[in-house]
Design a protein around this ligand. Structure first.
Ligand code: DP6
Length: 328
């Protein structure tokens, strides 16, 4: 029995091309709109969960340090869902490690809750389907549901808890895109996504953004399936800017861009328009810019990005596979 009570899993973060911003149900994390993303290879969270009858409370070690109260209770509430599924009342020790900086515009909560979902359910001997695992991960962090399946992924907004989960729309080797993440700042962001989602509906622009989202989802999905970079670039940049327009017009407003963010955005679009380079940008809830390009141009793009004043370094990631169990 003891060997069944511990398991380890690994999951990659993902970058959304069509963004998740705002919920219809904050408690269940039912999103206001569907979204599309790509898992990021080489970046990962590895998590080991051990349920132990001797523990009186859940404990969380994050990147080799005892996690703060807020992070521990988010994980503990999530584990309550897993305990309910398995009908057990055991507390757990969670040991989790990222190989990329937290709060740097790379959603660590996505890989964290995808890995936690898989490790915790496996530790208790639950065998969930990919869709069930994705639904569960969604409850920890919305974007985590997209880190469960592999490659290019669509989160089907759904109508309820039962049908809101992510599916793979293309395998990692379908299209050799690279996310060159231009890091302009490594500090923790002031307002995290969870708080941001709560503000989305205070923007008069959110309704229009959500209403038009099925069209953007379709255009993005079709562009990925056809490997049509120009169509992909146009819809990805539009969707990113629409989300930021909502953020900037929320009450209170959220401004995630720094002057360097805007400089990179405009420069990247110019490279595509004037130099015909297959490159575009998307920005999450932070100032770093995800510069998406075809692999054949990724070295040139990387070098060009490093020449822009204010770019500290560039992390590159190809499409990654699904969340998976691993050795401790
Ligand atoms: C801007 O999934 O991090 O990265 O569910 O509260 O954990 P929580 O939010 P989260 O939100 C992601 C927001 C985004 C866009 C995206 O990844 O779709």
């Amino acid at each position: 029995m003891m060997s069944l009570m511990s398991a380890s899993a690994i999951a990659s973060p993902n970058i959304a091309f069509i963004k998740y911003w705002g919920n219809r149900d904050d408690q269940l994390r039912l999103p206001s709109n569907g979204s599309i993303s790509m898992n990021l290879d080489g970046l990962f969270t590895q998590t080991t969960v051990t349920f132990n009858p001797d523990l009186e409370k859940d404990t969380l070690i994050l990147n080799d340090q005892v996690a703060d109260q807020q992070a521990t209770s988010r994980v503990s509430h999530f584990l309550d869902l897993v305990r309910k599924l398995a009908d057990v009342n055991l507390k757990a020790h969670v040991y989790s490690k990222n190989n990329f900086p937290i709060g740097a515009g790379i959603a660590s909560s996505a890989s964290a809750f995808a890995a936690l979902s898989l490790a915790a359910t496996a530790a208790l001997g639950l065998e969930l389907s990919e869709a069930e695992l994705s639904r569960l991960a969604r409850r920890g962090s919305g974007s985590a549901c997209r880190s469960v399946p592999g490659g290019y992924v669509e989160w089907l907004a759904g109508q309820s808890d039962a049908d809101s989960y992510a599916v793979s729309i293309a395998s990692p080797d379908h299209w050799a895109l690279v996310d060159c993440i231009a890091i302009v700042q490594v500090e923790h962001k002031p307002i995290g996504s969870s708080q941001g989602h709560l503000l989305a509906n205070t923007s008069p622009l959110q309704h229009a953004r959500v209403e038009d989202s099925p069209r953007r989802i379709r255009l993005c999905r079709e562009a990925i399936l056809r490997r049509d970079f120009e169509a992909f670039a146009n819809i990805t940049e539009l969707d990113s800017t629409l989300m930021h327009a909502v953020m900037m017009t929320s009450d209170p407003p959220l401004f995630y861009w720094s002057p360097v963010t805007l400089e990179i955005m405009t420069t990247v679009t110019r490279w595509r328009r004037e130099k015909a380079l297959p490159v575009c940008y998307t920005v999450d809830a932070g100032p770093n810019v995800h510069v998406i390009c075809e692999e054949s141009s990724s070295e040139i793009i990387r070098e060009k990005l490093l020449q822009i004043p204010g770019v500290l370094h560039v992390l590159s990631a190809k499409p990654a596979g699904p969340a998976r169990l691993c050795q401790t």
